[in-house]
Design a protein around this ligand. Structure first.
Ligand code: PEP
Length: 228
């Protein structure tokens, strides 16, 4: 069983959610499919499909206007939450410390965090990938509980570029070796139906985190079907 997790980012209407969930419901797969939706689409009928969120507050509750707590997420039926996505680290200045607090808050409320890490192109070109992702990993993961790690090179997100197989195995093995306990490790960054099966066949890769290609059933379903 491999994880295939879609990240809709800031996209999607009620109608689009309904249509995607209906197509997923009819699909036979041994993979674990999760759809991480924007907050506005978390409530409502999910047709038995596993739903996740894309962010969570690092606070329990209180005067944090606009934020959504892990307890509120749990209330919607969300079972997973992405934390520390590179877009949140970049545009919302989320540090490893904040990401760890968010992951910890999710676990405390019975939600599995998907902790994202990944290097920039500059860090890759200067030969610092492994040092960078190890530091991000060890400073971002919670001290205990169940979580997932997503290795997403920043330069591969939404660009059509992907690392070579040997770059992925080196990075993902370094994550595997650094983890205090074994946890699933995903790859994310420009996954499509043509490269999905090759990427999940790489040692230590337990699944995929998919952005753009998860938005439409025309592109998401072929990925799910291609992963054996
Ligand atoms: C992502 O946003 O997590 C992602 C992997 O995006 P994309 O698949 O579009 O590169």
């Amino acid at each position: 069983m491999k994880f295939i997790i879609g990240n809709w980012k800031m996209n999607g209407s009620k109608e689009e959610k309904e249509s995607m969930l209906k197509s997923l419901k009819g699909l036979k797969t041994k993979n674990k499919v999760v759809l991480c939706l924007p907050f506005t689409l978390l409530c409502g009928e999910n047709h038995g499909i596993t739903i996740g969120a894309q962010d969570v507050s690092n606070h329990d509750n209180g005067a944090y206007t606009g934020d959504i707590s892990a307890k509120m997420l749990k209330d919607t039926g969300a079972e997973y939450v992405i934390v520390g996505h590179s877009e949140r680290r970049l545009y919302h200045f989320e540090t490893n410390e904040i990401v760890k607090q968010k992951a910890t808050m999710a676990i405390k409320n019975g939600i599995i965090p998907i902790v994202c890490i990944g290097e920039t192109m500059e860090e890759k070109n200067s030969g610092h990938t492994i040092a960078v992702i190890k530091k991000m990993l060890l400073e971002s993961i919670p001290d205990s509980g169940e979580y997932i790690v997503a290795y997403e090179p920043r330069w591969a997100i939404g660009t059509g570029l992907t690392p070579s197989e040997s770059e992925i195995v080196t990075a993902v093995k370094s994550v595997f070796d650094a983890l205090p306990n074994p946890m699933p490790i995903l790859y994310g960054g420009s996954v499509n139906a043509d490269n999905a099966q090759d990427i999940v066949s790489i040692p230590y890769v337990d699944g995929l985190l998919i952005g753009g290609a998860s938005l439409k059933s025309d592109t998401f379903l072929p990925i799910i079907k291609s992963v054996k």
